[in-house]
Design a protein around this ligand. Structure first.
Ligand code: E4P
Length: 218
């Protein structure tokens, strides 16, 4: 299969998900507790609504911090739809729960990844996705893209199949850099999805074409 960069939307807002899905190039959705809380809706009901719209992977995050609590929450979330991906934190218990679920064939997205060894451990535990947070590293004066590059190299060195999902994307330049470095998936807020197809020279060019078209003599 030819490798391709998958595009997810990072939101729990139904209107945004519908609008992005209508583009025809949306591959999945990521949510987190903050995004769900922002919507002021019931968690499981909203996840079901999202899974009705998007057939690809839809990440739903647990809030338990311990292994058994994470598994119990995951089991409830998995009843919602068969495209639910369980999102767990990159912690000691998170890795353990990732291994438990991955061994059962459940797809897991390991979130809040801020250093390459977290990514190495979750790949060993069979994670389907790892989510390095680029923007939050940039926010504190680091370089989030270095982390994506390091994880890409480590996964390629050992042939890990865990997909690198670049998260916490703030602007189109992050997307360009992700594509150059070889992130497997990017999860993008609606504002940045729209910015991807925007350029003042495109607008100016269209304006000129239309003005010339309308002034033509036949
Ligand atoms: C990813 O799955 C997260 O939901 C998200 O990208 C976090 O981004 P933020 O740093 O903008 O909150």
């Amino acid at each position: 299969m030819i490798p391709r960069m998958e595009l997810y939307i990072d939101t729990a807002n139904i209107d945004e998900i519908r609008e992005a899905a209508a583009l025809g190039v949306l591959d999945g959705v990521t949510t987190n507790p903050t995004l769900i809380a922002r919507e002021g809706v019931a968690f499981h009901e909203r996840m079901a609504e999202i899974c009705d719209i998007v057939a690809g992977p839809v990440s739903a995050e647990v809030v338990a911090l311990d292994h058994d609590g994470m598994i119990a929450e995951a089991d409830e979330l998995l009843k919602i739809a068969n495209n639910i991906v369980i999102k767990l934190p990159c912690t000691f218990d998170g890795v353990k729960a990732c291994k438990t679920l991955s061994d059962r064939g459940v797809r897991v997205n390991m979130t809040l990844c801020f250093q390459p060894l977290q990514a190495l451990m979750v790949a060993k535990a069979g994670a389907f996705l790892v989510s390095p947070f680029i923007g939050r590293i940039d926010d504190i004066g680091g370089d989030g893209m270095d982390l994506i590059q390091q994880i890409r190299t480590i996964y390629d060195n050992y042939g890990f199949e865990t997909k690198v999902l670049a998260a916490s994307i703030r602007h189109p330049l992050h997307l360009v850099q992700c594509a150059l470095v070889g992130a497997d998936v990017v999860t993008v807020p609606m504002k940045v999805i729209k910015q991807q197809m925007s350029h003042p020279l495109t607008d100016k060019g269209l304006e000129g074409f239309l003005a010339d078209w309308n002034a033509r003599k036949e």
